[in-house]
Design a protein around this ligand. Structure first.
Ligand SMILES: *Cc1c(COP(=O)(O)O)cnc(C)c1O
Length: 226
């Protein structure tokens, strides 16, 4: 057994405890193993341990890894997607977490249309209001959601956020609950369920699960410090 396999077992057990605390089924929460910066041999250890979903934040770094890992691995794009990388990203990633402005969404829709695809995306939302963070402000989302949902080659599956960095996981809770409340509000208004809430990283995923995360993105607690 490798350290990575032990880490995955520990993470899954902590995910289950967090889900149990709030009466959720852990099977409704997906773990994205964030493999950015790690080489294929290290990622393969996680695959051997049964992990199938991986997160990458640079298209050019991810493509050779995707080639090298078994074809049943699934890849999510978790970074800031540059418009000149969309065409390469779309066939490689099943979910794009960080769509953070309407222009990017419109470009993804156009290119997905040209390629005969439907792109599944999450809209990155800046619930903390930190100026350094990417993402839609909640009011921008309220204004733009209907238009984005009408794009025929875009499937808006939910929302994603990053809490401001802190040593204390509890300090992330208000941002995670704000994202859930915004999701509920937008779902009620649009009549379209925004199913996914991508929130929680190594330092705060248990709080995120307690607040309703359906996807957690965990890197360093699985693979070690970068
Ligand atoms: C790197 C990264 C993560 C994982 O962070 P860890 O603290 O290593 O778990 C999650 N989400 C995004 C968007 C990232 O860039």
């Amino acid at each position: 057994m490798s350290i990575i396999s032990d880490n995955l077992i520990a993470i899954r057990s902590r995910m289950k405890s967090a889900a149990d605390r709030v009466g959720r089924q852990v099977s409704t929460i997906r773990l994205v193993a964030v493999s950015k910066t790690y080489p294929p041999a290290v990622i393969a250890e996680a695959w051997e341990a049964g992990q199938r979903v991986f997160g990458e934040n640079r298209v050019q770094d991810a493509l050779p890894k995707i080639q090298e890992l078994p074809a049943d691995a699934e890849w999510h794009f978790i970074g800031h997607l540059q418009s000149n990388k969309i065409r390469k990203a779309l066939p490689a990633f099943t979910l794009i977490h960080g769509v953070d402005n309407p222009e990017l969404a419109i470009q993804i829709n156009r290119i997905a249309g040209e390629m005969g695809l439907i792109a599944s995306v999450l809209l990155e939302t800046n619930v903390s209001g930190e100026a350094t963070k990417f993402g839609f402000a909640p009011d921008d989302l309220r204004q733009n959601l209907e238009g984005l949902m009408a794009l025929p080659h875009l499937s808006v599956n939910g929302l994603m956020t990053m809490a401001p960095y802190s040593e204390d996981a509890e300090s992330a809770r208000p941002f995670f609950s704000a994202l859930r409340e915004l999701r509920d509000e937008l779902t009620a208004k649009s009549g379209n369920p925004l199913k996914e809430l991508s929130m929680g990283m190594s330092g705060d995923f248990e709080v995120a699960i307690e607040e309703g995360a359906t996807i957690v993105r965990i890197g360093s607690s699985i693979f070690g410090h970068r």
